[in-house]
Design a protein. Structure first.
Length: 567
């Protein structure tokens, strides 16, 4: 910020006389520039600031400490909201009323004592007006009792119960890619799966939280691994394979960096806006916020925490409210965003809604995306509510506060005699993706996350693999490689029989789809949603439909505008 002399030079002579009167300085000149020079020399003398601070009210001393904690400057709206504003008085009124003799709030006490000033600076989001302490005064108190205190987010005792997501979000991302490779789904206007599709997509996921699923979809779309075309969400094989072939650290880092750099979703593409997903908040209207501003401010606060220590979540929120309450609103405007409390339907407007909006956003980012991505561990209260957190080694590296940890040793599949396959979370994601192409998920236990996911080889899963062009011999080679040769003899024999005889005799319950024009059937077989639901081709104008898929085929045909007659 500006020097003490430059700051004093901005004041009219009447105000310089008021500051001199307040500080006991006898000015020897009526020339404004000379008076500012004389006053600057006296105010910067060693001990002068400390002596003056001791004469001020406790409220003014609190305001000074708040500025110190903010590195000597705070945005005017945030500072005056807490400590009051300086009355706008011109030179004439200053001379007549002499307000320095009776300041009306803590800000005026500091202002008329020549301890704080106002000016404009670019904080990365345009010119903003600040209240600031000139560097000469701030440095003079650096080693004294008035030194800036760190935000009150002290380390706390480790919680009795805590959880860590590890790489479970990346595991579920691979699961989603495999699911959408087999059958794309229809999406809403935001490019997210429709509500009726979400339960099917959640099958096999470690965590079935719909907000977490929306985050995974948004991240994979931004990575290019998922794409939307014709109102349908499908896997982009090339981009998906590029991500799946990376090592575990690059895969996890790609997800974290995609989230941290994500902007709001637009009609032309994918994006993620944390504020619009805070539990209990409902946004209305076409207002826009910048999620990057809030996200980067919170990450900057996280960099100040002691690595390895547990911290109280509510204390972290309170520290941001005290130090930088306008962290996501550069202009301190608390009326332009139309947010409602989803439970009470009440509009959340004004600074009085800070705890519900800003506080809710901070808690969500910590306990939501940062936890899901594996950047923090969460300490839980007795009711399972997150109450504490600490940065993981991955999280410390991602925010620039630590070195990347050594990646875990890749795990291997365990294949049991009942054809159940255990896939540890550390299984390479490419192997997991391949496994999901010919197995069905088995519901796991309540552990969060589990040490391994469970899968089962069934006749239906093998049939799905066959229709996708995957042969049993290829599956056997993969299982031998991914399990380091530990494949039960029963499974080997079964896959060999399936390769020789699978599909030679098969009875199907279902229906025959007939069309008058062979071109129509060709179009249906090319449709990414309908194609996976179709069975064997009988002729150029007829194809089998399995009984289980029949309702979905009829619904899809009608949605595309075809007239469907059921005999």
């Amino acid at each position: 910020m500006r020097t003490l002399l430059a700051s004093l030079n901005d004041h009219p002579m009447a105000l310089l006389r008021g500051i001199a009167n307040r500080r006991g300085v006898a000015l020897t000149t009526n020339a404004r520039a000379d008076a500012a020079l004389q006053l600057a020399a006296m105010l910067a003398e060693p001990g002068a600031t400390e002596h003056t601070l001791r004469l001020l009210s406790p409220q003014a001393q609190t305001a000074w400490r708040a500025l110190c904690r903010a590195d000597g400057r705070m945005k005017v709206p945030a500072f005056t909201r807490s400590f009051g504003a300086v009355r706008p008085l011109g030179p004439g009124k200053l001379e007549r009323e002499q307000p320095w003799n009776a300041p009306v709030n803590a800000t005026e006490e500091l202002w008329f004592a020549g301890l704080v000033f106002k000016g404009f600076a670019d904080a990365g989001d345009g010119l903003v007006e600040f209240v600031y302490i000139p560097p000469e005064l701030l440095e003079g108190c650096a080693a004294s009792e008035w030194a800036a205190a760190a935000p009150d987010v002290v380390a706390r005792q480790a919680p009795e119960h805590w959880i860590e997501a590890r790489n479970s979000l990346a595991v579920d991302a691979a699961t989603l890619l495999a699911t959408l490779t087999r059958a794309p789904v229809r999406v809403d206007a935001d490019g997210q799966p429709r509500s009726e599709e979400q339960s099917r997509l959640a099958t096999g996921l470690i965590q079935k939280d719909p907000t977490r699923l929306a985050l995974i979809v948004a991240l994979l779309r931004q990575l290019g691994a998922l794409s939307v075309a014709g109102g349908r969400l499908a896997t982009d094989e090339k981009a998906a394979q590029a991500w799946l072939h990376k090592g575990i650290w690059p895969q996890l880092t790609a997800l974290f960096e995609t989230w941290s750099d994500s902007i709001d979703a637009t009609p032309a593409g994918a994006g993620w806006n944390d504020l619009r997903h805070v539990p209990g908040l409902r946004s209305e209207g076409k207002w826009r916020n910048d999620p990057l501003v809030a996200r980067r401010a919170i990450i900057e606060k996280l960099r100040r925490l002691t690595p390895g220590d547990w911290h109280d979540l509510q204390a972290f929120v309170a520290a941001i409210k005290s130090e930088d309450p306008d962290f996501q609103r550069p202009e301190a405007n608390y009326t332009d965003w139309y947010l409602r409390d989803a439970e009470t339907d009440r509009f959340l407007s004004g600074f009085e809604s800070w705890d519900r909006v800003e506080g809710g956003l901070i808690r969500f980012i910590i306990a939501g995306p940062l936890y899901w991505l594996g950047a923090v561990s969460l300490g839980l209260a007795h009711d399972a509510t997150p109450e504490a957190f600490r940065l993981t080694p991955n999280g410390l590296a991602w925010i620039g506060a630590g070195e990347p940890p050594d990646p875990p040793r890749p795990a291997r599949l365990t294949i049991q005699d009942d054809l159940t396959i255990l896939a540890p979370l550390e299984l390479p994601l490419l192997d997991r993706f391949r496994l999901l192409r010919f197995t069905e998920p088995v519901a796991g236990d309540a552990e969060t996350p589990p040490k391994a996911t469970r899968h089962h080889i069934t006749r239906d899963s093998l049939y799905t693999a066959r229709t996708g062009g995957i042969k049993a011999q290829s599956l056997l080679r993969f299982l031998e490689q991914a399990s380091e040769g530990q494949v039960p003899q029963r499974l080997i024999a079964g896959l060999e029989r399936w390769d020789q005889h699978g599909g030679t005799v098969r009875l199907s319950r279902g229906a025959v789809l007939r069309v008058k024009d062979a071109n129509v059937l060709a179009l249906l077989r090319a449709d990414p949603v309908i194609r996976p639901l179709l069975g064997d081709l009988l002729s150029a104008q007829a194809i089998l439909i399995g009984e289980a898929n029949l309702p979905r085929v009829i619904a899809a045909l009608r949605e595309l505008g075809y007239e469907v007659k059921v005999d």
